[in-house]
Write a protein that binds this ligand. Structure first.
Ligand code: F6R
Length: 241
C-alpha cells in the first residue's frame, strides 16, 4: 500500500487526477467512480485537463460504486445523476458508457447480479476511486460487512445517514437502503485509489492503514490488495503513527 500525504485537499486532487489520467491515457480504461464530496475536486481537475489539455475519455467506460434504493429515476441526489452532473457530462465519455446500479429496479437482487456481470463483461475496473466514511465504510459497505461481499442491498447506519443529510432537505429524506458493490467486488479492481481529506477522516484512515484487517473497519480490506494508493492531506494523515 502506497501512502501519499499532500499538504492540502487541492494537492490531493492533483495527485489523484495524475493517477486517473495515467490510466485514461493508457486506455481504453474502465473507471470506477465514487460520489460524495471527497472526489469532487479530482473530477474538477480531470474536467480541466479534458478542456485545456485534450485529455479524452471517449474510449472509457465507468461504473459507479453504489446507489440509493428508492430514489426515483432522475432524482438530483441519485448517484447516477450526481456523477453525470459533477463529472461525466463535462467530458467526452459517452453517456451510455456511464453505468451504475439501478436503485429503482423491481428486483434488487437480480439487479445486483446484472451489475456484477456488467463489470466483468467490461473486463473489470482498471482504477477505482474510493472515498471513506467516518465509520470506515467504502462504497456503502458499513462496519461488519463481509470482506468477501458482492454487490447487494445494504442498510445505512444512522451515522452515514447523518453524514449524508447535508445533500437532502432533512435526514428523513436520506434513503435507508442502498445498492453497493461489495468489498469483494471492489477488491477485484486493478488499482484502488483511496482519497481522504480533513481531520474528520483521520481516525478512519489510521484504522485502514495501520489497524487490524477486520469487518468492523471495512476499508481495512485494502491491506490485502496488491495495488493500493492512498492519497490524503495532512489533516487526514494526522492520526497515522
Ligand atoms: C460514495 C461512497 C461513499 C463515500 C463516503 C465518503 O459513492 O461510496 O463511500 O465515498 O461516504 O463520503 P464523502 O466523500 O462525502 O466524505
Amino acid at each position: 500500500m502506497e501512502i501519499v500525504i499532500r499538504p492540502t485537499p487541492a494537492d490531493v486532487a492533483v495527485t489523484a487526477a495524475d493517477i486517473v489520467a495515467d490510466h485514461v491515457r493508457r486506455g481504453p480504461a474502465v473507471l470506477g467512480l465514487a460520489t460524495g464530496s471527497t472526489p469532487l475536486a479530482t473530477y474538477q481537475e480531470l474536467i480541466r485537463r479534458h478542456r485545456d489539455e485534450g485529455l479524452s475519455f471517449k474510449d472509457c467506460v465507468s461504473f459507479n460504486l453504489d446507489e440509493y434504493v428508492g430514489l426515483p429515476k432522475g432524482h438530483p441526489e441519485s448517484y447516477r445523476e450526481v456523477i453525470r452532473k459533477e463529472f461525466t457530462s463535462h467530458v467526452d465519455i459517452p453517456d451510455a458508457k456511464v453505468e451504475g446500479p439501478d436503485g429503482t429496479a423491481a428486483d434488487i437482487a437480480a439487479e445486483a447480479t446484472r451489475y456484477e456481470e456488467a463489470i466483468k463483461a467490461a473486463g473489470g475496473v482498471d482504477v477505482q476511486l474510493l472515498g471513506i466514511g467516518t465509520d470506515g465504510h467504502i462504497g456503502f459497505n458499513e462496519p461488519v460487512s463481509s470482506l468477501a461481499s458482492r454487490t447487494r442491498i445494504k442498510t445505512l447506519t444512522t451515522q452515514t445517514r447523518e453524514d449524508n443529510a447535508r445533500f437532502f432537505a432533512s435526514i428523513d429524506e436520506v434513503p435507508i437502503h442502498v445498492l453497493t458493490q461489495g468489498l469483494g467486488t471492489i477488491s477485484e479492481a486493478g488499482h484502488l485509489l483511496l482519497l481522504a481529506t480533513g481531520e474528520g477522516k483521520a481516525e478512519a484512515i489510521a484504522a485502514t492503514v495501520e489497524g487490524p484487517v477486520a469487518a468492523i473497519n471495512p476499508a481495512s480490506v485494502l491491506q490485502f490488495h496488491p495495488h493500493v494508493t492512498v492519497v490524503i492531506d495532512e489533516a487526514a494523515a494526522s492520526q497515522l503513527r
